[in-house]
Design a protein around this ligand. Structure first.
Ligand SMILES: [Mn+2]
Length: 475
């Protein structure tokens, strides 16, 4: 009897250990899958909305975001009336959107929510539930906090925010985030430039509201639609700060965002510096920290693209994750630049209309004429990314965007302009309509380098044709 018991004991212990082993394996694989899932979640969060990513034919990871969608006049959307558009429905609840968390609109309001979405092409109802001074997470790395803890005297900046029919809540949350999360002594003023909005609440109500802010804030207004470039010029012409900081009208700054930008510009006034642009979700207004190891560039159509850094640069960045790094191009919405340098360098091309292409124009001009375009990885600002544009483009989106891009190509890209026009018939059609003499004279006066120098030195990894690269069919 005893030996039999011992035998069954042995069997049982074998069964038990196998079960335990299987259990451990199951838990391990489940945990692994969960980790992968959360990583995937992170990637898909980063790429929400109008962002898309893919690996191109050369194996470069490409993120597509922040570009032009189909533009529809909100007045033409169903059930949208003038009264509705003119109504300020800002109705904050104390904890909604706290710490950058998503807003959950009650199910009973879904129909209304969808209706209001059409007005600004983001979830206006969600935005209107979030207080103007909502908290956001401190997304900085520890090394960033230490790096900028004692930066000493920095120059003061004017914050310039252009808006056209922006929602009250997004516009003022931008302003409040600047005030709440910048050292007061670094802010000279805030300048809001109204590019001919027609919403009632953006008029006297706004003027009255900004009078009570802790930082001197003024509203400049254009009586006709002048577009982003000329509205920014209007703001810059009135600015008193040593540094100009441009922001879109639907941003939220996080703590410590300003110091890295101002320090870089203070060290060398030819540096033009952008923050890392984090993502505010257009549906829930949740805040997602973005990836720091991207840089800005463009494709053959001159559309701005975020690219992940490749081998050499990635290694450099990993070794130094706090200092600003150079980028071929900037996204354009958010950056700091020394005011004198801005004007010395020819400010903006004032022949550019409404929106689009001005970021590449400024990037090429800065690089080719002796400056640098950089991203400060310790500076994080959230931007509301949308799937489509809520703006009207008088004259048509194509006419405006491709007209602007034709100017960029004609003034700055030398023989690569021909390459661009070959692939972009719409821009080619508009090329002869562009008065560019003043900009070519500027390029000559500033003794700027040519586009080949730019490709060779600023973006050696570019995918444009050169003597050493062949395109098309080899037969
Ligand atoms: Mn924007």
């Amino acid at each position: 009897m005893w030996p039999r018991l011992r035998k069954s004991c042995r069997t049982w212990s074998i069964v038990l250990s196998i079960t335990l082993l299987i259990g451990i394996l199951v838990v391990w694989s489940w945990k692994k899958r969960e980790d992968e899932n959360s990583r995937n979640d992170y990637v898909s969060l980063r790429l929400l909305n109008n962002q898309r990513d893919y690996i191109d034919h050369k194996g470069v990871h490409v993120v597509v975001g922040h570009y032009i969608g189909d533009s529809v006049d909100p007045m033409k959307a169903p059930n949208i009336t003038k009264d509705l558009i003119n109504k300020n429905m800002f109705d904050p609840r104390p904890f909604e959107g706290k710490d950058g968390n998503p807003v959950l609109v009650p199910a009973k309001d879904f129909y209304k929510m969808q209706q209001l979405f059409q007005i600004n092409r983001f979830n206006l109802m969600a935005s209107d539930r979030i207080p103007l001074n909502r908290s956001l997470p401190d997304v900085r790395r520890k090394r960033c906090i230490m790096r900028y803890a004692n930066v000493g005297n920095l120059p003061r900046t004017s914050i310039i925010i252009v808006f056209h029919n922006e929602a009250w809540s997004t516009l003022l949350r931008t302003v409040y985030s600047v005030i709440n999360r910048s050292p007061r002594q670094l802010l000279e003023e805030i300048i809001l430039v109204d590019d001919n909005s027609d919403r009632d609440f953006l008029k006297d109500t706004l003027d009255e509201h900004v009078k009570n802010l802790k930082v001197p804030t003024k509203v400049l207004r254009s009586r006709r639609r002048i577009g982003l470039v000329n509205a920014r010029l209007l703001g810059a012409n009135h600015a008193k700060g040593e540094v100009l900081t441009f922001l879109d009208a639907h941003c939220e700054c996080t703590v410590g965002w300003l110091e890295p930008l101002l320090e870089a510009v203070a060290k060398n006034k030819t540096r033009v510096v952008s923050p890392v642009i984090d993502i505010i979700n257009d549906d829930t207004f949740s805040y997602t920290r973005s990836f720091e190891l991207h840089w800005g560039a463009f494709n053959w159509d001159l559309h701005f693209r975020w690219l992940t850094l490749n081998g050499r640069l990635l290694k450099e960045r990993r070794e130094n994750i706090v200092e600003p790094f150079r980028t071929p191009a900037m996204a354009g919405g958010l950056f700091s630049m020394n005011r004198d340098y801005f004007f010395e360098l020819g400010s903006y091309d004032d022949q550019m209309k409404i929106w689009g292409g001005e970021n590449l124009e400024l990037s090429f001009r800065v690089w080719q004429c002796g400056g640098s375009v950089e991203i400060a990885p310790c500076s994080h600002v959230g931007h509301l990314f949308r799937k489509s544009s809520p703006y009207t483009f008088p004259g048509g989106v194509g006419e405006i965007l491709y007209g602007n891009l034709a100017r960029v190509a004609l003034v700055w890209m030398d023989e690569w302009a021909e390459f661009y026009f070959k692939f972009n018939a719409e821009a080619a059609r508009l090329r002869d309509k562009q008065p560019i003499r003043a900009r070519l004279e500027l390029r000559k006066k500033l003794q700027c380098k040519n586009f080949e120098w730019y490709l060779d030195n600023v973006w050696p990894e570019h995918f444009f044709p050169k003597d050493d690269r062949f395109f098309g069919r080899v037969s």
